[in-house]
Design a protein around this ligand. Structure first.
Ligand code: URA
Length: 181
């Protein structure tokens, strides 16, 4: 992955931010793309969105080392623009490999880009905080738990309240999935 230059993003970013955490994690968090801090450090979610994520993880007693964190695009888009559909498509084989290796019990998508990659027609305002079973070709069925993006939660008080509420459900969702995969 570090040597990938399949799309133009690699020529403008500092490094590929492939992911971090436990490769045997039960929960895989998928965000959008690295930002400035992530691009500098090579670690996902270390900027302002990461701080929100860390706070929420602490509230539900889950450590970063227990989960795996990655993004649908592994390279920072210039000026933090949204990833383009073709960049997401080109990066998908890497994410797919990560899902196959980690084989999480649940995938928590953060924001509409990660959600719409798996469910193109879904509206985050309607499906956030609900468990949705998806079928990934050659991987199988996995429970998706879509959340708002922490950056959106930072910008809007109502979104923040929904994000917090949904986040608190994660331990229960995991327990349920384990009992009834
Ligand atoms: N940092 C990331 O790694 N991903 C995001 O989606 C936002 C910030």
């Amino acid at each position: 992955m570090s040597a990938c230059s399949a799309c133009a993003l690699r020529s403008s970013c500092t490094q590929v931010v492939f992911g971090s955490g436990n490769h045997e994690a039960e929960i895989l968090f998928i965000g959008e793309a690295p930002g400035k801090k992530e691009d500098e450090t090579g670690v996902p979610f270390v900027g302002s969105s990461g701080r929100i994520l860390d706070k929420m993880l602490a509230e539900i007693n889950i450590k970063r080392e227990d989960i795996y964190l990655t993004n649908i695009c592994k390279c920072r888009p210039p000026e933090n623009r949204d990833p383009l559909p073709e960049e997401i498509v080109i990066c998908w084989p890497w994410l797919k490999k990560q899902i196959a290796i980690i084989h999480p019990k649940i995938i928590v998508t953060l924001g509409k880009y990660a959600l719409n990659h798996f469910l193109p027609a879904a509206k985050i305002s309607q499906v956030h905080g609900q468990v949705i079973k998806i079928d990934i070709k050659k991987i199988g069925k996995i429970n998706l738990f879509p959340l708002h993006h922490p950056a959106a939660a930072r910008q809007n008080r109502k979104t923040r309240a929904l994000f917090n509420e949904d986040f608190q459900k994660i331990p229960k969702v995991l327990q349920k999935t384990k009992k009834n995969p």
